[in-house]
Design a binder for this molecule. Structure first.
Ligand SMILES: Nc1ncnc2c1ncn2[C@@H]1O[C@H](COP(=O)(O)OP(=O)(O)OP(=O)(O)O)[C@@H](O)[C@H]1O
Ligand SMILES: [Mg+2]
Length: 225
């Protein structure tokens, strides 16, 4: 479903820094992989490369049967809009839209009918525990609440690929588990592939596999019972 083959990326600088050297990863449909690793090792950059927001220097990235790394910006943007859900480390909630409008945005961009978009966005807000706040502006929300809006927005169009960067970093443990259950449940139900970057071992343990990104690549550290 998602496959990285021998992906290389070097950051410019003096001297240049090799971030990924022939990195490979495969995530099946309906599977969620957690990626952990030290700060600065390249987890967010990896998600950005998968999403086509940053170029790779060599290798291949495939979603389903198709290579996506050679796509131009317009084609990549269209693919992201229809098939990807991204929860950013900084939430990117739009300040001039209320919560319902923020969550409905991916559906508007796909030309979904207004009534359908609003009702699906409302359902997603209810699922993340913010149903009563739909008409509120984001300025009134706490960090954890904004995070939940970002998650609702990332899932509302039932994407085939979910990329989540620290989606529970601002949540208390109870809420974090609840939101992760929602995220993982949607990934499994939609047969999507999920890549979840997290510093939390508890969050990672809920995923199907745990991979640690180190300077020398990805290592499977899934705790086997
Ligand atoms: N566009 C860029 N140009 C130069 N260096 C960059 C660029 N983007 C990221 N970096 C560097 O790449 C490294 C990896 O950054 P990245 O944000 O991917 O780390 P991370 O693993 O997500 O860390 P954290 O856990 O703190 O979020 C860092 O050293 C960062 O400074
Ligand atoms: Mg990061």
């Amino acid at each position: 479903m998602l496959e990285l083959r021998q992906v290389c990326k070097t950051l410019p600088g003096v001297p240049p820094r090799v971030l990924f050297d022939r990195l490979s990863l495969r995530v099946e449909a309906g599977e969620c992989v957690a990626i952990v690793g030290e700060s600065g090792v390249g987890k967010s950059t990896l998600l950005n490369c998968i999403a086509g927001l940053e170029p790779i220097d060599a290798g291949e990235i495939r979603v389903g049967p198709s290579r996506i790394d050679p796509l131009d910006d317009d084609a990549m943007a269209r693919l992201r809009r229809s098939h990807f859900g991204f929860v950013f480390q900084a939430f990117h909630i739009l300040p001039h839209l209320n919560l319902l409008q923020n969550v409905a945005l991916p559906l508007w961009l796909l030309d979904e009918a207004e009534g359908v978009a609003a009702s699906r966005a409302r359902t997603m807000l209810e699922r993340v525990g913010l149903g009563t706040r739909a008409e509120d502006p984001p300025q009134q929300l706490s960090g954890g609440e904004l995070q939940r809006v970002a998650i609702a927005r990332a899932l509302v169009h039932r994407p085939h690929l979910v990329l989540a960067d620290e989606p529970t970093g601002n949540l208390d443990p109870g809420r974090a588990t609840e939101v992760l259950d929602l995220l993982l449940g949607q990934i499994r139900d939609n047969r999507a592939a999920g890549v979840l970057v997290t510093h939390s071992r508890t969050a990672a343990a809920l995923a199907d596999r745990v991979l640690e990104l180190r300077a020398d690549g990805l290592h499977d550290i899934t705790a086997r019972p």
